[in-house]
Design a protein around this ligand. Structure first.
Ligand code: SF4
Length: 469
């Protein structure tokens, strides 16, 4: 029989070869077992995605000719979850090392078991961080020498299988790179399980061997490991790999039912009231306008900017628009600025330099600027009188129009303070006539959290009543 190409050729990025692994490293075998598992399952390569973090084993994503992501250190699981949520039809597998998955990414590893998403985690356990010359990691055996524990690790290692079982993974198995067929079987079963699946794959690292004067971990695995059909609690333990190592499937269960929360009384669902605002789009006549909304975090400054953009788009879908936002380091209570540009032409630079319309929900930004109010000489300022020291606006040119509205006071007296931004929107709508009333109301409805639509629209109307045409 003539073989014209390598049987794995379809699954390999040959242009990336040779790989970076030390010659003799067994990670390549794990890669091959994974390819064979996909071939055995008959999966279309276009439906398989692999995500890895950082480390020797995480380099596997560079060589697999699938959709792969080489993510940041410890973040392979949340990245994979994002892929799965975006396209639930994909078979998504996380492949990486013990340091990446159990050390830096340990919290994500726990969370995946608890949350129950259909992802496979194939963790290559070589007992430390090998890419950095073999540093101590969460699975480093007690007493083992690494470059960060030269006198021997004083810490008890974690047991990956025990953690996966405790976290609630629906499939849990252990194999080694020295048992490729067993490993492939574990991978196949893991990929068939529809919940979070975990396979611990013991793999020798030559740096570990050298530093600990072990002639061959592979020989040790082959000698000590036993593949078992049924495993008991004692088999979970493998803290001392110089004794017996139990390989096999510890758990293979269907996806859990979502538990009924007995502590939470099930509230009768109210019939959802739907709100609708009709508007008609038209040419707005806006050529270029720079709008800035200033205030403190928690006042809905960014939300206000979004409302303005959506409202402008409702009115004139041909407009170009950008929104940029800036916060102080403290999100709530610190300064917050949202810039909105509306333009009939394409926008090259997304930031507002000198606003034509400035909405001041508080004076924190102006005070941080040393009292300087930035506004176009022919611009308009709308200030929340209940929050802004109006004397800050005294020195402005007489060509600047200034309007005041006690938006926060109105919101506090009639609704809740959080809707002050929509009181402001109502006032601005009536006073400036830049954007049509129903276009703003529809934009407010789009962003209002369910159940708050009525209050947000009423806040808008209050501000509108207060405005001057
Ligand atoms: S350092 Fe260890 S794990 Fe990394 S490539 Fe070399 S042998 Fe493999």
């Amino acid at each position: 029989m003539e073989i014209s190409q390598h049987p794995y050729a379809e699954f390999l990025r040959t242009e990336m070869m040779p790989n970076i692994w030390c010659s003799g490293c067994r990670i390549g075998r794990i890669k091959n077992a994974f390819i064979e598992a996909i071939q055995h399952l008959g999966y279309d390569p276009d439906t398989c995605a692999v995500v890895s973090g950082i480390g020797c084993s995480s380099r596997i994503t560079g060589y697999l000719n699938l959709d792969t992501i080489h993510a940041t250190h410890g973040r392979a699981i949340p990245t994979a979850l994002g892929v799965k949520l975006a396209n639930p039809d994909l078979k998504v597998t996380v492949m990486g090392g013990d340091g990446d998955i159990l050390g830096i990414g340990g919290n994500h590893f726990l969370a995946l078991g608890r949350h129950g998403h259909d992802l496979n985690v194939f963790c290559m356990n070589n007992y430390g961080y090998s890419m950095t010359g073999f540093q101590h990691g969460p699975t480093t055996p007690l007493g083992a020498r690494t470059i960060t524990t030269m006198g021997g690790s004083p810490y008890a290692p974690v047991n990956p299988v025990a953690i996966a079982l405790a976290a609630g993974y629906t499939f849990v198995a252990r194999s080694t790179s020295s048992h490729p067929y067993h490993l492939m079987d574990c991978m196949i079963s893991a990929m068939k399980n529809r919940g979070p699946s975990f396979v611990e794959i013991l793999v020798p690292c030559m740096l570990f061997e050298r530093r600990n004067k072990i002639k061959s971990l592979e020989a040790l695995f082959l000698n000590k490991a036993k593949i078992k059909e049924t495993l008991s609690e004692e088999d979970v333990d493998q803290n001392d790999f110089t004794k017996e190592i139990s390989l096999g499937i510890f758990r293979d269960t269907p996806v859990r039912e979502k538990p009924q929360l007995s502590l939470v009384k099930s509230a009768k669902k109210k019939a959802v009231k739907t709100y609708r605002v009709n508007f008609r789009s038209r040419a707005s006549g806006i050529k270029y306008i720079q709008i800035r909304m200033e205030g403190t975090g928690g006042q809905g400054i960014v939300q206000g900017g979004k409302t303005l953009i959506h409202a402008a788009m409702n009115m004139d879908p041909k407009l170009n628009s950008t929104l940029t936002k800036r916060y102080g380091p403290e999100m709530k209570g610190g300064s917050c600025v949202t810039d909105v540009l509306l333009s009939a032409q394409p926008i090259d630079y997304p930031f507002v330099e000198v606003p034509d319309l400035l909405l001041m929900m508080s004076d924190i930004v102006t005070k941080e600027r040393g009292g300087a109010v930035i506004i176009n000489d022919k611009g308009t300022i709308v200030a929340d009188e209940s929050m802004v020291d109006l004397s800050l606006l005294d020195g402005l040119p007489s060509t600047v129009k200034v309007f005041g509205v006690p938006a926060t006071q109105i919101a506090r007296d009639n609704f809740r303070v959080v809707v002050a931004n929509n009181v402001m929107m109502g006032f601005v709508c009536k006073t400036t006539s830049i954007i049509e009333k129903n276009c703003i109301k529809a934009a407010i409805l789009k962003s209002a959290p369910p159940g708050t639509e009525e209050m947000n629209l009423a806040a808008f109307e209050k501000g509108y009543e207060f405005g001057k045409p």
